[in-house]
Design a protein around this ligand. Structure first.
Ligand code: GDP
Ligand code: K
Ligand code: MG
Length: 298
């Protein structure tokens, strides 16, 4: 151990949908705790990821993409991201350098102006553009806000992520180690399992389905033979969606189960038996009580 004091704090990862927030979080933590997909609004809750070294501990908050809310679920997601900003020592504002500044980015910058938190501009997906394109993009963003630091990275390839971490630690106060060094997330395993199942459905379906599903783990226990039994329900909003999720002769549901089980087994480090059901809960996204049951609480 060196003589310098231990630093710690909370850091929010914000940005419009699909810029790579969950990808960065998973890369930082070195484990898959936040699901990723090419569909916007993949992340619905606030997910904490814990990064620990001998000198510092950073607790990252992966937030749902900030955007103007359109349903009660959307409203919940927006408030989660907004409140995250007030709880943190610093924020990483992630943008996709392969896309121009959009209305979504400007909306977020307006929100940033309401808080005093230092904000890093993190230019993600640099693997997608020519290096000489970077400077004009930086200039454009600099005109909109006084960023504490500007760091170009590729969350997918891990380029420059170490630099980002080193800079970030300089902004943290002296503080305690909040979580044990081997703990990477504060979310119960059940939640991560449900999210992994939801991720597979996102990958295998299109159009309205991704936004219409919720996954609840009803039962999770270790059987006598050491295999973890998980029973999960996939909720949809309409009967027609139930058929789509199940697929021809159950083919889609079977594929979801196979892919999810693989990920769950590597998360838990033990053999898993996964049983899935599909149920209809009419218009669940707009029903306050159901949202609470599903764990969307402030
Ligand atoms: P989020 O909605 O901001 O959490 O975005 P995700 O982490 O779910 O990522 C959205 C998509 O962008 C996924 O398909 C990722 O693989 C992709 N992605 C994320 N980071 C990078 C990157 O650095 N380079 C490239 N080429 N793709 C990326
Ligand atoms: K996404
Ligand atoms: Mg995400």
């Amino acid at each position: 151990m060196s003589n310098s004091k231990f630093r710690s704090g909370f850091v929010a990862i914000i940005g419009r949908p699909n810029v790579g927030k969950s990808t960065l979080m998973n890369h930082l933590i070195g484990q898959k705790i936040a699901i990723m997909s090419d569909k916007p609004q993949t992340t619905r809750n606030k997910i904490h990821g814990v990064y620990t070294t001998d000198e510092a501990q950073i607790v990252f908050l992966d937030t749902p993409g900030i955007h103007k809310p359109q349903s009660k679920l959307g409203d919940y997601m927006f408030k989660t991201a907004e409140s995250a900003l007030k709880e943190v020592e610093a924020a990483l504002f992630l943008v996709d350098v392969a896309e121009g500044i959009g209305g979504g980015d400007r909306f977020i910058i307006e929100q940033l102006k309401k808080v005093k938190t230092p904000v890093f501009l993190v230019l993600n997906k640099i693997d997608k553009i020519e290096p000489e394109k970077l400077l004009p993009i930086i200039t454009e963003y600099k005109d909109l806000y006084d960023f504490a630091e500007i760091v170009p990275i590729s969350a997918l390839q891990g380029n420059n992520v170490e630099t980002l971490l080193a800079q970030l630690i300089r902004y943290l106060p002296e503080g305690p180690q909040y979580y044990p060094a081997d703990q990477v997330t504060d979310h119960p395993e059940q939640f991560v399992c449900a999210e992994l199942i939801r991720e597979k459905i996102l990958h295998l379906t299109r159009e309205e389905i991704p936004h219409s599903i919720a996954v609840q783990i009803e039962d999770m226990r270790v059987q006598d033979n050491g295999v973890v039994y998980i029973g999960a329900v996939i909720y949809v909003e309409r009967d027609s969606q139930k058929g789509i999720i199940i697929g021809k002769k159950g083919s889609l549901l079977k594929e979801v189960g196979k892919l999810a089980r693989n990920d769950i087994e590597s998360l838990l480090g033990s053999r898993t038996f996964l049983e899935l059901w599909v149920k209809v809960k009419k218009d669940w996204r707009n029903q306050e009580r159901i949202l609470k049951d599903f764990g969307f609480r402030h």
